[in-house]
Design a binder for this molecule. Sequence first.
Ligand code: NCD
Ligand code: ZN
Ligand code: ZN
Ligand code: ZN
Length: 359
Amino acid sequence: MSSLLRLPGLADVHVHLREPGGAHKETFATGTAAALAGGVTTVLAMPNTTPPVTDGASLEEAARLARAGARCDYGLFLGATHANASLPEALQRRAAGLKIYINETFGPLRVESLPAVIAHMRRWRGPGPVAVHAEGLMVPAVVALAAMTGARVHVCHVSRGAELAVIRSAKERGLPVTCEVTPHHLWLTERDLPQLGPFGHMRPPLATPADRDALWANLDVVDCVATDHAPHTRAEKLGPSPPPGVPGLETMLPLLLTALHEGRLTLERLVELTHTRPRAIFGLPAQPDTWVEVDTAAEWVVPERGWHTRADWSPFAGMRVRGRVVRTWVRGAVAYEEGYVIAPPGSGRDVRADAERPS
Ligand code: NCD
Ligand code: ZN
Ligand code: ZN
Ligand code: ZN
């Protein structure tokens, strides 16, 4: 029996590509190379760059860099500030979604004022949702604001059992709330911190084994698995104030295939979590003739180095996984094959290409 399996190209709705301002950590070219090596054919890039993407000019600058560098399809988030709630509708249509950082994390983007968050949610028209970095009690807060404003709210990187219980209850009440979980919160816990040191530092922080188990036990309310690929260099991680975040684009699918092999996930759910739901929530255009060939029987140990991401390390190093990306196809052409990225910089398309020239 062949162990080769064909999957639809993965869409990762939470990726940090660091351009402009952080090219030593990652670029559109290196980050999307990592994506293709991981079977990901669409990435949605977060706005916490330097400077951040918060208006028409900064979005166009990011779009220029993405157009030149991206090897897979991409969308660009706009970041909320206290001052930009009245983003023009043409700009809203052009963005992958609106990102609101409510809690402390990497970068200067933060909106902690309740009136400002309400204003953003009232004025956002999409087509993407309002994606929020909300932890702990801020999860029920954003659920209440979704109910109040009618905004479609997507909760990023949910990491704790109690947060997922709130989202289950919101969905049961018919509220327009969706969510994602990350591979690192599904596979790692605070017990791994002594071994990981700064390489296990991210927001939200690694949680308890009970929280991790709750994510698995309640996977039915989860809409997407997204990496929160947050590359920082080894030197930065080993420095005096390590920035939060871990890379994940090249390990997400092997980990999910391992769960498939172990019977913790069905193939149908894997495709929903990485393809169907993210595409539907963010209104992503179809990618014709785009798929991933994986070897579901290949066993390997996650290496320390040798990755396509410029970060070139992994919090999963040393873990034994089963399942390997053999080949990734984009629009009928081989984009990645057996360790080599073939798609050139500039071959990726903007998922909002239709909205690029607002009239
Ligand atoms: C992210 C980053 O490095 O940009 N870091 C992280 O720990 N997750 C920011 C974020 O997603 O909160
Ligand atoms: Zn975040
Ligand atoms: Zn993030
Ligand atoms: Zn499909």
